[in-house]
Design a protein around this ligand. Structure first.
Ligand SMILES: Cc1ncc(COP(=O)(O)O)c(C=O)c1O
Length: 373
């Protein structure tokens, strides 16, 4: 959004995204390239802007979850290879082939349906192997052997193979090692039954940062491209010193000094305990500021202030530590003076993970880009 009339906004430091990619590149083997994962509007950061910056920083390809996300990137002029990692209906491969978008394949029935179409050009596919995530993918060797002969057809261009790790961000590497070993087994079988060259990719942020030497042709870099650690374990290990790209801000739209015993917001669940300065912030649950964040803190003039009373659809109230003015900046995620509120702090308050916080800031909040490519 170029022009907006709100006093609440998300700021995206694109240079931090570039920095995080460059740090990962330094850590990876020379032959390993990067897929920038920009699904879900680039984890809420803005797909087009992030895609452009990531490619400028040296990522070679993009990955999304849905065909619509991929088409949007193409229609905005992004020319890099794009992989849809999720399900695409067989009849929609016309569009995929037309836009030059790579889709994910893992079912014999799906392959048979695509075989029955008369495609003007082949659709590029990556085979997905479920080595232990239990979500989508070919699981058994027989399934692989069933599918491979069908792919030797003019409707298909098999360009890649991938799997996804379920526990790469945990201390124990047992399941991760089992998944890797099974991937190698399937790969051995594949090579014995397929002549062409394919690209291989297995690692997400956690795997690529923690075990760079175990990666193949590409890694799929999501959460950490945005400067966030995939888990507390990885944050503690800090294989790379990441820089968060997103901060969330607003401005006070009303400030009042109220007497002891004053109720605040719906349900009057908060009643001031003494004479207090109460500030109103123009953000609410329609912006993704969940009601359960009541009691969380924000920054005003470098000081932490508690969210008091129920969060409304478009506004919430805070207890100021001292008098402040209408227009003073309020930071929900980010730094003011010496104080920082990380996305992880909000995630902990909501008993969730930073991924969900990044995705939950709604499209009603304008995104401002610093250092646009
Ligand atoms: C198949 C696949 N690959 C890669 C990623 C990126 O993972 P991360 O954000 O942990 O780097 C995801 C994200 O959920 C995914 O589903």
């Amino acid at each position: 959004m170029e022009k907006f009339y709100r006093d609440s906004w998300v700021e995206i430091q694109l240079e931090n995204i570039i920095y995080n990619i460059q740090q990962l590149k330094k850590r990876l083997n020379k032959e390993t390239e990067i897929y920038a994962v920009v699904k879900a509007n680039a984890y809420g950061h803005g797909d087009i802007e992030v895609a452009r910056s990531a490619l400028a920083a040296g990522a070679k390809r993009l990955a999304v979850a849905t065909l619509d996300e991929a088409v949007r990137l193409r229609e905005c002029g992004v020319e890099a290879p794009i992989l849809v990692m999720g399900w695409v209906r067989p009849e929609h491969v016309y569009a995929a082939a037309d836009y030059g978008i790579t889709v994910t394949c893992y079912q014999k029935e799906w392959v048979e349906e695509v075989l029955s179409l008369s495609l003007p050009k082949p659709v590029t596919i990556h085979l997905k192997w479920d080595t232990g995530m239990g979500r989508i993918g070919i699981r058994k060797k027989e399934e692989l052997l069933d599918i491979l002969p069908l792919l030797k057809n003019k409707n298909f261009h098999l360009e890649g193979i991938f799997t996804h790790f379920a526990t790469a961000d945990e201390i124990s590497t047992e399941h991760f090692d089992n998944q890797r070993a099974y991937f190698e087994e399937l790969l051995h079988l594949f090579r014995a039954n397929w002549d062409g060259e394919v690209v291989l990719h297995t690692g997400n942020s956690a795997a690529s940062m923690r075990f760079p030497e175990k990666m193949f042709d590409y890694v799929r870099f999501g959460i950490s491209m945005y400067g966030l650690y995939p888990s507390g374990v990885v944050k503690k290990e800090k294989p790379i010193n990441l820089k968060p790209a997103l901060s969330l801000h607003s401005r006070l739209i009303h400030v009042k000094k109220v007497d002891k015993g004053t109720p605040v917001s719906y349900g009057a669940t908060y009643i001031t305990e003494r004479e207090e300065w109460i500030g109103t912030v123009p953000l609410g649950y329609a912006d993704g500021i969940r009601r359960a964040l009541q009691g969380a803190e924000v920054l005003v003039n470098g000081k932490r202030c508690e969210i008091v009373g129920r969060i409304c659809m478009d506004q919430f109230m805070i207890r100021l530590q001292e008098q402040a003015g209408v227009g003073d900046k309020v930071t929900l995620i980010g730094t003011q003076h010496e104080e920082t509120i990380e996305m992880d702090e909000l995630a902990e308050k909501l008993s969730t993970i930073n991924y969900e916080i990044a995705c939950m800031i709604s499209s009603r909040v304008p995104r401002i880009y610093i250092d646009k490519v």
